[in-house]
Design a protein around this ligand. Structure first.
Ligand code: SF4
Length: 356
């Protein structure tokens, strides 16, 4: 290990801020020994704030309709190959209850920017009622991942029980953003997260890796996320999707996601960082946990007929995206599912700290 890396890792353990150049140096690590030192430091920092506890998020993708045409997304409006569905309130409640009974800590309610909810007058009340009922029936925290709502709707989302608002920029390079998310407003997407905090919700920000960004872009994203200080920050490797302009884009190597995840842990040691089952499924989970993730996301009931985002089918019908399937992996790494009370306590502390 070089002296410079030792210095960087020591600095990280002392929770001193890393410069852009130092972040770049970590993102550039190539040697297996060096990478393992990075992951070990990330695990130490995770343990400092969360000990062995891992939080589990259930995923309910309840409408795959979307008005947008993101270049990387299987569910972009112009993709004729994409399967479309819009689940009824009863179906959403049933899937959420199944997830709650299986032991998740949170229900992530996700849709594209479905015109049924975005444009129609009766759409928003239907959406709000789903949140209220999921919360009432499961007693769990609810995350909303449904795109860029107007500010006045954000207040309603919080009032009806949404605890979290997730809205991924995917890149903080505005030029790349326009290529990935054509006809969408970079600043509006960034600022909606501030409005969500003002409305009383916790926020999640995220980036995609392997979509044409440079390591400098990733370093800039980490700098923006550190400044924004979201309660949860995610990185996901891009998965090429059939029927999209990026279907032949070469996928990034799995360790790119793993390294970025670890660097996120070094820069945001006290925050939640998820390992999504949506990329590489259960096979990829161990590596992400070893890199410092402390949430497992995209748990989906086997027989629900629900889809994933980046991998619409992977491991769902086989029951590999269930709490039962992942618990042995946690245990094998000396980790454990957190108690529900631990999760609620963590959230309460975050909400109390909003304006500090
Ligand atoms: S990424 Fe989200 S907003 Fe973009 S097309 Fe897909 S579902 Fe729609």
């Amino acid at each position: 290990m070089s002296i410079a890396l030792e210095t960087l890792l020591k600095k990280s353990l002392q929770e001193e801020p890393l410069s852009r150049e130092e972040v770049l140096c970590l993102l550039n690590l190539k040697g297996e020994d060096e990478k393992e030192k990075l992951f070990e430091t990330a695990r130490t920092l995770r343990h400092r704030y969360f000990e062995q506890s891992i939080f589990l998020y259930g995923f309910v993708y309840f409408s795959t309709w979307c008005r947008n045409d993101c270049a990387f997304c299987y569910y972009r409006t112009s993709n004729r190959l994409s399967l479309r569905y819009r689940k009824t309130e009863e179906q959403v409640l049933e899937a959420s209850t199944t997830l709650a009974n299986s032991g998740v800590h949170l229900i992530d309610l996700t849709t594209g920017e479905d015109p049924e909810y975005f444009y129609k007058k009766r759409g928003v009340p239907i959406f709000l009622n789903v949140i209220k009922e999921v919360k009432r029936k499961t007693g769990l925290s609810v995350m909303i991942s449904c795109g860029v709502w107007p500010d006045e709707v954000l207040d309603d989302l919080a009032e009806y029980g949404a605890d979290w608002f997730a809205c991924y920029q995917e890149t903080h390079n505005p030029i790349l953003f326009q290529a990935l998310r054509p006809n969408q407003n970079y600043n509006r997407r960034l600022m909606v997260k501030r409005s969500a905090v003002e409305a009383g919700m916790l926020i999640e920000e995220g980036i995609l890796s392997g979509v044409g960004e440079s390591l400098e872009d990733i370093a800039d994203s980490i700098r923006v996320m550190k400044k924004m200080n979201p309660h949860q920050s995610r990185v996901m490797n891009f998965v090429p999707q059939k029927g999209t302009p990026m279907s032949n884009f070469p996928p990034p190597s799995p360790d790119r996601e793993q390294i970025i995840l670890a660097v996120l842990r070094l820069c945001l040691p006290h925050r939640l960082i998820p390992a999504s089952l949506d990329v590489n499924g259960i096979q990829g989970l161990k590596a992400k946990l070893q890199a410092g993730a402390n949430v497992v996301t995209s748990l989906i009931p086997a027989s629900s007929g629900l889809k994933g985002v980046a991998q619409s089918e992977l491991g769902i019908s086989e029951g590999q995206r269930t709490v039962e399937a992942i618990l042995p992996i946690l245990e094998g790494l000396g980790l454990k599912k957190a108690s529900l009370q631990t999760y609620f306590n963590w959230m309460d502390k975050q909400k109390q700290g909003f304006f500090h």
